[in-house]
Ligand binder design. Structure first.
Ligand SMILES: [Zn+2]
Ligand SMILES: [Zn+2]
Ligand SMILES: [Zn+2]
Length: 336
């Protein structure tokens, strides 16, 4: 399946992508219910399940999910809010605690005691027999003449205690240094299917399972969707690609769905198919072609290894493709 450049309705462009179809199929049949972001080792966040299903890169996967959410085909929900470097967006840091009094990063942590009579604060471990190291008086009763302020930080440089040191971050990617209050937060989303769009999506989801099974039973290797590098060097995505064990019989099937008859802009699909060596190319247009496109396509229709199929109903695609391929598989014409 291919994206038509001049298609005006973004959802139709999206839904015609084989990779998007594979993802939506997984949502529709319940094999995925929610896509959650995963933070990878390099700090990038990914949707590994979606990448696996669609065969797309991390970046393209995110773009597709965002686009599907933009069309309200998927719902997005804030899954994680992470602090990121304001300069490069990295979310992996070395964090240093900084003394708010003198800026030193040499801070020791410990549980503290404050002698209320003289105001001296010290780590518990420095107090022997409850004698205040400053005024040498004995501390007698918790809450009366001393208290426990809890865990605090002592600056090795200026000796001051603080309960709230500043946090200085250095991102791992570029070593940018910034304070916590200068950081920015980024929301990472999880995605679910919008149940109200199920009927709409169903109009685009093509069930080629019968075709896949039939081809497999004849010993062909089948991929759907499939990325194939053409003779021009450009990589194309097809709805289905099948090849025989010796690599001799190559079948490509490409399906384009629209909400109205498809015009001659669909010619790009035919050129795409011709860019790949194949013994059979089946091009399916749903719900059909415009008169103008049909006239134009008549030239390609007569090519011996090309079948142009107009199909009114998406549910008939499987059987129509099988019809075309049945002839082919039985007759096995010479590869062109
Ligand atoms: Zn950075
Ligand atoms: Zn004291
Ligand atoms: Zn200090």
């Amino acid at each position: 399946m291919e994206v038509l450049e001049n298609e005006k309705i973004p959802s139709i462009r999206l839904l015609n992508r084989s990779d998007v179809q594979a993802l939506l199929k997984a949502f529709m049949n319940g094999s995925i219910s929610v896509l959650k972001p995963v933070i990878g080792q390099n700090g990038d966040f990914t949707y590994p399940e979606a990448e696996k299903i669609m065969g797309t890169s991390t970046r393209v996967t995110r773009e597709i999910l965002e686009a599907l959410a933009g069309e309200e085909i998927l719902f997005y929900h804030v899954s994680v809010v992470s602090i990121v470097c304001p300069y490069c967006g990295d979310n992996r840091f070395v964090i240093q605690l900084v003394c708010p009094h003198c800026g030193s990063t040499k801070l020791k942590i410990g549980t503290t005691i404050e002698h209320l009579e003289c105001g001296h604060v010290d780590f518990e471990e420095n107090i022997r027999n409850m004698i205040c190291p400053k005024c040498r008086k004995r501390m007698r009763a918790l809450g009366i003449d001393y208290r426990k302020p809890g865990v605090m930080y002592k600056c090795v440089s200026c000796k001051e205690f603080t309960g709230e040191p500043r946090k200085k971050y250095a991102c791992l990617r570029e070593k940018h240094v910034f304070y916590e209050d200068e950081s920015i937060s980024r929301e990472l989303y999880s995605y679910t299917l919008n149940p109200k769009k199920k009927d709409f999506i169903g109009k685009f989801i093509i069930d080629l399972n019968p075709v896949v099974e039939a081809l497999k039973s004849r010993g062909l290797m089948v991929r759907t969707p499939a990325k194939i590098r053409g003779k021009s060097g450009v990589e194309h995505t097809f709805t289905l690609f099948a090849s025989g064990g010796n690599g001799g019989d190559v079948i490509i099937v490409d399906v384009l769905v629209n909400d109205k008859p498809i015009d001659d802009s669909a010619l790009s699909l035919i050129f795409k198919a011709l860019d790949v060596n194949a013994s059979r190319r089946v091009m399916v247009f749903i719900p059909g072609l415009t008169d103008k496109a049909r006239t134009l396509f008549d030239y390609y229709r007569v090519l011996p290894n090309m079948s142009i199929v107009e199909c009114k109903n998406i549910n008939d695609v499987g059987s129509m493709v099988l019809n075309v391929l049945n002839n082919f598989v039985e007759v096995r014409p010479r590869t062109i």
